[in-house]
Design a protein around this ligand. Structure first.
Ligand SMILES: C[S@@+](CC[C@H](N)C(=O)[O-])C[C@H]1O[C@@H](n2cnc3c(N)ncnc32)[C@H](O)[C@@H]1O
Length: 275
């Protein structure tokens, strides 16, 4: 297999880091070579050098996006980290009692910020539907974003098969999925799909217009980022959180020293500090 030389590797690493915040280290050279090789084949370009010229040119903007798509890791599955969903159950009850005491409006805006193929926001939507009695009459929104266009296409279809479905409790599987016209696939029911708005967004960029999310899921993405990019992303996330908003991270994500303005509640749970 054609493999990147050290200079090409360094140039690709720099471009990927600048655009997405992801640090691809030297040990990933074979993997990166094979993913970029796919783009060479798709574009009919013969060498990594020529391909580098293309993605660095103005005319190569679209291909640069395709390259970022090709190098992202999109592993995800329904109800990943089930303790986060158990916490969400308690959180919803707590919000509902605050509403009953007149301490907050009937509003819950959630952001799945690196949603990959959609399993995370759809799991969140199912949690809201499970709690529909206490959320009756609420303004509920789930905004789901990713840098990668191809995963968003899959997410919008809501059609899945295999391992990603394994952790869905049987009751939810029966209630929120139906057989797909495509053999071997299950489809998320329209009532769930309709609750989620998917959009392309790069976490390194400012969100326009800014939002006030009550709850943000930012799970299993910052593991690919260095300290500088983590701080930048968390800054951008904080700017889009309501004053008492919560941030849910993956289970083993170290954001020590990058989480200005966020109070740690659990190793994976933070709350925006007042002021
Ligand atoms: C491993 S998946 C995590 C999916 C889901 N949050 C979960 O925990 O199962 C990481 C996702 O982060 C996305 N990603 C990487 N860099 C990003 C960036 N700068 N902005 C937005 N999304 C990004 C990738 O495209 C990928 O879909």
């Amino acid at each position: 297999m054609l493999e990147l030389n050290d200079k090409e590797m360094a140039e690709f690493q720099a471009i990927i880091y600048r655009i997405s915040g992801m640090r691809i280290n030297e040990t990933k050279k074979v993997l990166l070579s094979s993913r970029i090789l796919r783009r060479l084949r798709a574009t009919g370009i013969a060498t990594f050098g020529e391909y580098l010229k293309l993605v660095q040119s103005v005319a190569g903007r679209v291909e640069l996006d395709a390259m970022i798509d090709a190098v992202t890791t999109n592993e995800t599955f329904f109800f990943r980290h089930d303790n986060h969903f158990a916490w969400m159950e308690t959180y919803l009850k707590d919000l509902s009692s605050q509403v009953m005491q007149g301490k907050r409006p009937k509003k819950l805006h959630i952001w799945s910020a690196a949603c990959s193929t959609g399993e995370e926001p759809y799991s969140i939507a199912m949690m809201l539907l499970e709690n529909r009695l206490i959320l009756n009459g609420w303004e509920l929104k789930i905004f789901a974003t990713d840098i990668c266009s191809t995963v968003l296409e899959t997410a919008r279809k809501g059609r899945y098969q295999g391992r990603t479905l394994e952790q869905i409790p049987l009751k939810k599987l029966k209630r929120y999925f139906k057989d797909s016209a495509e053999a071997g696939f299950l489809e998320v029911k329209p009532e769930v799909v309709e609750m989620v708005e998917f959009s392309k967004h790069n976490l390194m960029q400012v969100m326009i217009p800014p939002r006030q999310f009550d709850l943000v899921f930012l799970r299993n993405v910052l593991i690919y980022f260095d300290k500088d990019s983590k701080a930048k992303v968390l800054d951008r996330i904080g700017a889009n959180m309501a004053s008492d908003g919560y941030l849910v991270m993956g289970v083993a994500e170290d954001i020590l020293g990058c989480s200005k303005g966020l109070r740690r509640i659990q190793p994976w749970l933070y709350q925006k500090e007042a002021g």
